[in-house]
Ligand binder design. Sequence first.
Ligand SMILES: *Cc1c(COP(=O)(O)O)cnc(C)c1O
Length: 485
Amino acid sequence: MREKIERLAQASRQLEPAPAQRNSWDDAVRGYAHSYIDSLPTGKAFHMPENPAAGILDFPFGEPKPMEQILDVLKNNLPNAGINPASGGHLGYIPGGGIYPGALGDYLAAVTNEYAGIFFGGPGAVRIENMLIRWMCGLVGYPETALGNLASGGSIANLIAFVTARDFKKITSEKVRKSVIYLTEQVHHCVHKAIRIGGMAEAIVRNVPMDGHYRMDAEKLAEMVAADVAAGLNPFLVVGSAGTTDTGAMDPLDKIAGVCQQHDLWFHVDAAYGGFFILADVENPDGTTIKETFRGIEKSDSVAIDPHKGMFLAYGLGAVLIKNVKAQMESHYYRANYMQDTVGATEELSPADLSPELTKHWRGLRMWLPLQLYGIQPFKAALEEKIWLCRYFYEEIQKLGFEVGPYPDLSVCTYRFVPENGDANEFNRRLVEHIQRDGRIFVSSTTIDGQIWIRLAVLSFRTHLREIDTLLEMFENGVNALKNH
Ligand SMILES: *Cc1c(COP(=O)(O)O)cnc(C)c1O
């Protein structure tokens, strides 16, 4: 038996490469990464070939292959198909970028494979994650007793908050049909997913009317809650947005918090897109400041905030912050017999008791490392730059004859071109196609009240004036091309 084991070990030892092998792989991967980054300024933000990334399927597993050949497959199939999320020209949906030291954090997290699920297993890893969560709790004005969880993204962050609210408000099965949730039409669709996944598809979901800026009308909310209470229903949750995905609108958080306090409702703020703008020192044209528009977030019960958007990290990091961490724990903890050694009093709570996950990627290091390297200042500057870039575009696009939506609350705005003759929706659909065919800059569109609007979402750390000017030029050419058609 020993002989057989030794023979197998011979083959399986390949999984631990020798230092020379590690070096050569590192060099190849690093070369690829650096040339990728260096190619971004001249590359496209969007390209959709006939049969995108088909070459991936021609490369099955089986025989071992050299690293260079494998990297070539990536090089030939990935950058020129679909959206390039690393490009500063990505101004559609909600971009972010992927700052380089974040990748180094991911690399070390994978090499060390620290266990960030339970304090007993990885006290340092858990401390780092909890420290980040407490930092974000501090940003939104939560007390030191608050905590939360580093999730894979905003969708899971919202789900954790929703389930916590449901359980804390004791919405047992017999109460579901009478329980009421308030949000607006502009809430992110992942909230509706969370409601369904959280077993509350049969609950009453009310769309609170919005003002002309697509912000929740807090007075209407108050009226609706009072009417529902009078009708014997069970209002329990309001979801506000600190930056809606579609139009970037900031709901009036302070007023909503007042309604929630009055009626004892759980107030959840989806700040997945906009949350980090709380760092920005920027004045609004009406004399208020961006920071002031966040007022009231500290009165909420939970917040979802996405570092893979506003901290410019690569995809895979969203956070949920929960004021009453005991409530979060009651919804998410588990004790199994095989985990009995891990139970013990420590000052750090374990992520596994605060989320559906047990074993997970140590995702905190990708945020902790850049924050330590750079400090907070460059992030703050980048966020402020994004706000000003959006405002600049908002002004310049009007000079090209475009109609615009509301003045941007943060770094998203909407606009459309209304031609003298013909259908405006059709024109803007074709205009977006024109921009996407060009591909240097990528923008996406949305439909609001039956009208097609084109969006600008500035949140990649690589987006600067150059990209905005290029886009303006593309729109000018696009309108001329379509008009003369
Ligand atoms: C992006 C976004 C989400 C979803 O987050 P993911 O990280 O994509 O899962 C939720 N809410 C808002 C406001 C968002 O912008």
